[in-house]
Write a protein that binds this ligand. Structure first.
Ligand SMILES: Cc1cc2nc3c(=O)[nH]c(=O)nc-3n(C[C@H](O)[C@H](O)[C@H](O)COP(=O)(O)O)c2cc1C
Length: 323
């Protein structure tokens, strides 16, 4: 039995570009640190892949507090890309990640094309870095917003990064804060992305009515959690049908996944892998529960491989036959 085959004999392996994952469940950037923080709570070797917090060229303190607030069915965060910077990431964090027996997706953010190119160029030769995910959609840093919402800027960025990312799988993480997400998805694919991850958080805000002030010091933050799942699912469906499916580019679907049904929904609309973020704060073992549930579902429906779910959404019962 290889690492991707479950005890029930079902093949749980998926491929994101050249990267083989032992199963489709990945943790999401910014919700699990750099790996060492979660290792005591969750056997990371059970994951398909681990995604790091965004890494930038310079170390960043991020936004002042309060930078997190709970909302109905979700949370708003305005962390502002607090991170150790590429030098300390390579010296202190990556060696720990290398010990964890899980493919590492390193998430990269920046203020300019040269920022991204420098950081990605330093990461690409390192074998532990199996994939690089570009965060072009963080709503808290204004330069990031430009790349994530403007197809021309995004194509230019991805093309420039592709020049230096020759070995690692290149994933572009899409922003949902656009009118037409298929335009940015297409720009990322044309720029040379091996895969798309979708989606980042939706811009939102919360008000303290007693003080009549915004709750977050940053005024706005990114909404994540169950509240965004139907929106994320629809965007994944659209991008799979109109861009990623026809181009043969895999999608890592994410946004509000809490349980196995959520994960199966994302795979049916076209995701090859599924990310879990906000749910990790409530229960760090969520990925294991989700995996067990997916396997049980596959067994009940007599599937032999998890890949048989990808894009297999059926038409509504009363839809007229095609043709
Ligand atoms: C506290 C927090 C911090 C995040 N930080 C990052 C980040 O540094 N880079 C990034 O690309 N996405 C970041 N995200 C977005 C998540 O990776 C994910 O795309 C989003 O939260 C939707 O998934 P979820 O609803 O399962 O959390 C962050 C999300 C949260 C909640």
């Amino acid at each position: 039995m290889d690492a991707a085959t479950s005890a029930t004999g079902i093949d749980m392996g998926v491929k994101i570009g050249r990267l083989h994952l032992r199963n489709p469940i990945v943790t999401l950037s910014g919700t699990c640190g750099y790996g060492d923080e979660y290792a005591p709570f969750l056997d990371l070797s059970r994951l398909g892949a681990f995604t790091t917090k965004s890494v930038t060229l310079e170390e960043r303190k991020g936004n002042p507090p309060p930078r997190i607030v709970e909302t109905a069915g979700g949370m708003l965060n305005a962390i502002g890309l607090a991170n150790v910077g590429i030098d300390r990431f390579l010296a202190e964090k990556l060696p720990v990640l290398a010990q964890l027996d899980v493919p590492a997706i390193v998430n990269v953010a920046g203020h300019s094309i040269p920022d991204y190119v420098t950081v990605c160029g330093r990461l690409d030769p390192i074998e532990t870095v199996q994939a690089i995910e570009l965060n072009v959609s963080c709503p808290n840093v204004c330069d990031g917003l430009v790349f994530g919402t403007d197809p021309h800027a995004l194509r230019e960025l991805v093309t420039a990064v592709r020049e230096v990312v020759r070995r690692a799988v290149l994933i572009v993480k899409l922003s949902p804060n656009v009118t037409n997400i298929t335009a940015t998805a297409r720009a990322a694919v044309e720029g040379g992305a091996d895969a798309l991850s979708m989606i980042n958080t939706f811009v939102g805000m919360a008000i303290d009515v007693e003080s009549r002030r915004p709750v977050l010091a940053n005024l706005t933050g990114g909404l994540s959690g169950p509240a965004i799942k139907p929106l994320a699912l629809h965007l994944t469906y659209r991008v799979y049908r109109e861009v990623a499916g026809p181009a043969g580019v895999p999608i890592i679907g994410m946004g509000g996944v809490q349980n196995w049904k959520d994960a199966v929904e994302f795979m049916l609309v076209g995701a090859t892998a599924v990310g879990i973020g906000t749910a990790m704060f409530r229960d760090p073992t969520t990925p294991l529960r989700v995996l067990a549930g997916i396997e049980d579902y596959l067994r009940r429906h007599s599937f032999t491989s998890v890949t048989q779910l990808i894009g297999q959404l059926r038409p509504k019962r009363d839809d007229p036959p095609a043709g």
